[in-house]
Design a protein around this ligand. Structure first.
Ligand SMILES: C[C@@H](N)C(=O)N[C@H](C)C(=O)O
Ligand SMILES: [Zn+2]
Length: 243
């Protein structure tokens, strides 16, 4: 597993050998996660939990580097989506990928501290902090920790070409208008929320259709959150740091 030990960005994954027939059961093997940059270098990475531009307002535990790691099939499925949209003047941008359990535990500790409300206005203006988990905006057992879930949006590479498939302002280099920022924990971020402009609804549904064509399933509470169907580690929650 590439995240363990002396993993380097772009290093090939180290698949652990399977047990010999009749062998005594041993600890579960490490996951085969790969750096997205080695599979799909044109996908932008803005790894929010490595820095302070996130709902905790500080770096999150477990993110030692600002890198996206995913299971190999997830990285390849994302690459396929990127390859489809490149001729349309669009790029994917990921905000989070594999998330160690230590980071999830950091989210839980943060949510249990009512004194810390410094990011409320920007990230959860209408939801009490202690309800973010029960309302489905954050998970105590997150698909991200299984290595095949991503948070992402679309970025305009060429507004003229992008205008054939998307709607609203499409300035080169900008994120496509999805109606809310990433990680706004609010009803307005529900993918199918109806009280949004037709442009935003079109863009969200276009992103979802794109992702579904490449095997991803959206979380209805978060327009940006997608999990690969048929993910390779459906029952495992990993806790190796992001390097
Ligand atoms: C925290 C947010 N970006 C997210 O990923 N939420 C889902 C529900 C999760 O934590 O798995
Ligand atoms: Zn997510």
């Amino acid at each position: 597993m590439v995240l363990a030990g002396c993993a380097q960005r772009g290093a090939p994954p180290q698949a652990a050998p399977g047990p010999a027939p009749g062998a005594v059961p041993s600890a579960p093997s490490a996951p085969d996660l790969v750096p997205l940059a080695s599979v799909a270098p044109s996908i932008q990475q803005d790894m929010r939990y490595h820095g302070a531009r996130n709902f905790l307002g500080r770096p999150v535990a477990g993110y030692a580097a600002p890198n996206c790691w995913l299971s190999r099939p997830a990285a390849q499925a994302l690459r396929a989506a990127q390859d489809e949209i490149a001729p349309q003047g669009l790029r994917l941008k990921v905000f989070d990928c594999y998330r160690p359990q230590a980071a999830v535990d950091d989210f839980v500790r943060w949510a249990r501290d009512p004194a810390d409300q410094k990011t409320k206005r920007a990230y959860y203006p209408r939801v009490p902090k202690d309800e973010l988990f029960q309302r489905g905006y954050i998970a105590e057992r997150s698909g991200h920790s299984r290595g095949s879930t991503v948070d992402l949006t679309l970025v305009v590479a060429d507004g003229r070409r992008a205008s054939h498939v998307l709607q609203g302002p499409l300035a080169d280099g900008d994120e496509v208008d999805m109606g809310t920022p990433f990680d706004l924990f609010d009803e307005r971020s529900h993918t199918d929320y109806t009280n949004l402009s037709p442009d935003v609804r079109h863009n969200r549904h276009w992103l979802r259709a794109l992702m579904e064509r490449h095997g991803w399933r959206n979380l209805p509470e978060d327009w940006w959150h997608y999990t690969l169907q048929g993910e390779p580690y459906p029952d495992r929650y990993f806790d190796l740091p992001v390097r």
